[in-house]
Design a protein around this ligand. Sequence first.
Ligand SMILES: Cc1cc2nc3c(=O)[nH]c(=O)nc-3n(C[C@H](O)[C@H](O)[C@H](O)COP(=O)(O)OP(=O)(O)OC[C@H]3O[C@@H](n4cnc5c(N)ncnc54)[C@H](O)[C@@H]3O)c2cc1C
Length: 396
Amino acid sequence: MEFRLSDEETAFQEAVRRFGDKVLRTHERQIDAEGRIPDEVLRPMADLGLLSMMAPTEYGGMGASAVLTELAAEEVGRGDFSMATAVFFLLEAGWGYILGRHGTEETKREVLPPVCAGKAFLGIATTEPTGGSDLAGMHTISRRDGDGFLLHGEKSFVSGVEEAKQLGGGHLTLSKNAGGGFNFLYVPTRSEGLTTQRFHNMGRMGISTGGLSYQDVRVPSKYLISREGKGFEAAMEGFSVARTFVSAACIGAAERALETGIGYIRERQVFGQPLGKFEAIQFELVDLWTQVEAVKWQCRRAAWLLDQYPLRGDHSHRSEVERAVASVKLTAPPIAFECVKRVMMWFGAAGYTTDVGLELGLRGIMSYMVGAEGGLNIMRIILGRELLGREFLPYK
Ligand SMILES: Cc1cc2nc3c(=O)[nH]c(=O)nc-3n(C[C@H](O)[C@H](O)[C@H](O)COP(=O)(O)OP(=O)(O)OC[C@H]3O[C@@H](n4cnc5c(N)ncnc54)[C@H](O)[C@@H]3O)c2cc1C
C-alpha cells in the first residue's frame, strides 16, 4: 500500500494549485456575476491540459489517470469556490473519457480536440422534466432512420447548454430505442430541430443549466457511443467517473473553507482571547477536518479503483468500484456543505456578507445535494443494492 503521491502527481497538483490561486480565486466573483467562465480562465486551463484531461493524447487530451484528474478536481474546487469551473472541468473530464473509450474514431477526431483546446464544450444529457433519478423511465426516443437516428423528446437541468451553443460542442444524450434498449448519442447543440432554454439557478452561476428540446433531430450513426441499444452501461460508467470528480471538487472546497476558518479563529478576539482557544470551536474544527481527511482518501481510492478496473471492462471488481464511488458521492457534498456552513458561523455576521465570500461555496455545493450527478438517496440505493443484493432494490 502506497499513500504517497508520486513526484509527477505532486508537481502537477502544485501547478494546478498555483493556477487556482492566481487565476481561479481572482476570477470567481466575476464568474459568478457574469454567468460565464471567461477566456482568461479557459485559456490557461487548456494550456495546463486541464480540459478533458483524461481524453487520449492523440485527440488532444493528456490521457491522464483518474487519480491525476481527481487531484486536479480538488484544486479546481478549492480555486473557484462557486464550483462553476469545477463543473466545467469535471463534465469534460468524465464525458471526454467516455467518448474516448466508446466513441467512433471519426467522432473522437472531430469532437475531442476542440474540447481539449477550450473551443467547444462537452456535457451529459440524461435528466428529463419528468425526473432524473429514474433513468429507465425516460421518454426521449431515438429511432433508426437510414444511416442515423431521429431523436425526439426533451432533457432538462442539463449543464453547459449555453456554453455548447455559444462555443460549439454538445452533449452525450441518453435515449430509449424501439426495442427497449438505450442509445447513447453525441448530439451537437447546433443541430437542426434542437432548441434550448436557460434556467435560473441559485448558484454556480458561471455555467448554465437548461433544457434541450429535440424535434426529430437527425443524428448520424458516427455519433453513436458504445453499441446500439447498449448505451445505458456507457452512461453509468461515465457517472461513476464524474461522481468521483464531483466529490473531489467538494473536498477541495471543504479544505478551502476550513483554511479560511482557521485563519479567522486564530486572529478573532472574543472575551479577551482568540476564538480558536474555545473548545466549542476548536473541537468543531477538529471534527470537520477529520471527516474531510477521511473522505479525501476515500475519494482518491475511488479514483485509484477506476484506474485499476475501468468499470464495465472488469466485472469482477464492479461492485467494489460502485461501492467506492457511491459512498464518496454520498459523503463528500454534505461534509463540504457542513464545513462552509460552520465556518460561516465562526465568522458571525461577517460570514453572512459577500465580502467574506463563503456564500459562493454554499450555493455551489448545494447543487450536489439536490441532485447534480445523482441525488444522495440514489447513492444510498446503489449502496443498498451492492450490500444486500439486487432483490432489495426499492423499485422494480
Ligand atoms: C445544478 C444542476 C446541474 C445538473 N446538470 C445536469 C446535467 O448536466 N445533465 C443531466 O442530465 N442532469 C443534470 N442535472 C440533473 C440531475 O441529474 C438530477 O437533478 C438528478 O438526477 C435528480 O433528478 P430530479 O432532479 O429530477 O429529481 P427526482 O428524480 O424527481 O428526485 C427528487 C428527490 O427524490 C430523491 N429520490 C428519487 N428517487 C428516490 C427513491 N427511490 N427513494 C428515495 N428518494 C428518492 C432524489 O434523490 C431527489 O432528492 C443537474 C442538476 C442540477 C441541480
